[in-house]
Design a protein around this ligand. Structure first.
Ligand code: SF4
Length: 398
């Protein structure tokens, strides 16, 4: 297919595809899907080989948020039965992080619900970063605390944070449809602040909120312009008790096309499959490793993921390898550009769990093996609220 040959050539040269080409990827047929995956896989392997970076979420503060992000189970007015707790102590967060690192993660994403941190909150997170780095010097730490005020990014950087996550989530045009308590411009401003402070910027999106193909392409082009080092792609986990609980719009095939489009537009960036991986890709998860070079290990912020060992088995079975602590994530030209941590980048996302951090919601979580489901059919059986790890007495999933 000429389109795919063109996109591979452009991806290897880091050349921006046209909007029409990006839209055409989203419009490909199921008959062409394996060709699309193979083409985007060439770009992925050119820049990242067969490595998969593992990231581990620690939800420092869960629920009780005054913001109204529609996708988020921690939002104002949410009736989702999620864990609710205030700030974990540094040693509690460090213990949770250690479980993820022992499971193979090289980055820890420290996430807290809320509009943004107070200066006291930045102090708390700084203490937590120190506690984690005292135990493991080489760990990358990404903070995801919401909108930043002047000077806070610099303080986090001084405290040892390597990266900062804040997702754009959706297109500027539709942003007000999903959140009214802050703006798209607020989010862009925080990503820029993180960048300017020398933190590796992590910013991504949530798919499946009822957006159009044009919206998806818009947000990915906006991300390319912001130039984050990592782009988490969340697939909405429609959690009962949130306004988007009925938005079951995604199929595994649609998720693969979206990831391929993101890879073509952001070829040399860490593309992470974030929340909703298990819920929406289901048995197609291994195919998605040909597109993304990064995933979250274990559970999400408010929902459970598949067992950490299942993540590791999937990576090995698909012929990929877990990226080691000593390996640099990003291609040479990015790693040497002075972004954040150890030359690498990565990050989380939103505070939701759609996926990762970045937005504070969870992408979602899931468990076990899952039968095939027709498109658009609600699969509430796939969403399990997190009941273990941070904020509980039970061991974390890692
Ligand atoms: S995404 Fe973050 S800011 Fe928005 S409601 Fe959830 S916790 Fe609050």
């Amino acid at each position: 297919m000429d389109l795919l040959n063109t996109l591979v050539d452009k991806g290897l040269r880091r050349e921006l595809p046209t909007r029409e080409e990006a839209l055409a990827v989203l419009a490909t047929s199921d008959d062409d899907l394996l060709d699309v995956v193979a083409a985007a896989g060439k770009v992925r392997r050119h820049w990242f080989g067969r490595r998969v970076k593992l990231n581990y979420l620690v939800n420092l503060k869960s629920g009780l948020c005054p913001e109204d992000c529609s996708y988020c189970s921690q939002r104002l007015g949410s009736t989702a039965g999620i864990l609710k707790y205030t700030w974990l102590k540094p040693d509690e967060a460090s213990r949770a992080a250690a479980a993820g690192l022992a499971g193979g993660a090289k980055r820890v994403c420290l996430v807290a619900s809320g509009r943004g941190p107070t200066d006291r909150d930045v102090d708390r997170v700084s203490e937590t970063i120190k506690a984690i780095k005292d135990q493991n010097e080489s760990v990358e730490v990404c903070a995801c605390l919401g909108l930043l005020s002047d000077g806070q990014a610099e303080r986090l950087r001084e405290a040892g944070a390597d990266a900062y996550n804040h997702n754009l989530n959706t297109s500027e045009e539709t942003y007000a449809d999903i959140t009214t308590t802050h703006t798209y411009a607020d989010r862009v401003d925080t990503v820029r602040k993180a960048h300017a402070a020398g933190l590796s910027a992590c910013s991504g999106l949530i798919a499946g909120m009822g957006e159009s193909d044009e919206d998806l392409v818009d947000v990915v082009y906006s991300l390319r312009e912001l130039d984050p080092d990592s782009v988490p792609v969340n697939f909405l986990i429609p959690v009962e008790g949130t306004p988007l609980a009925k938005e079951w719009n995604l199929t595994p095939q649609r998720c693969l096309r979206i990831l391929a489009m993101v890879r073509f537009v952001c070829p040399d960036v860490e593309v992470r499959i974030a929340g909703g991986r298990e819920v929406h890709l289901r048995s197609m998860q291994p195919l998605a490793l040909n597109l993304a070079n990064s995933i979250f290990l274990g559970d999400y912020l408010t929902t459970e993921g598949q067992a950490g060992q299942a993540d590791l088995d999937m990576i090995a079975d698909a012929g990929f390898e877990v990226e080691g602590a000593g390996e640099v994530t990003l291609p040479e030209h990015r790693a040497s550009a002075g972004c954040g941590s150890h030359g690498a980048a990565g990050g989380c996302g939103s505070h939701e769990d759609g996926s990762g951090c970045g937005s504070h919601e969870d992408g979602g979580g899931v468990c076990g093996s899952v039968p095939a489901a027709p498109a658009n059919e609600a699969r509430t059986d796939l969403v399990a609220v997190r009941r273990r790890g941070a904020g509980t007495d039970l061991a974390p999933n890692a």
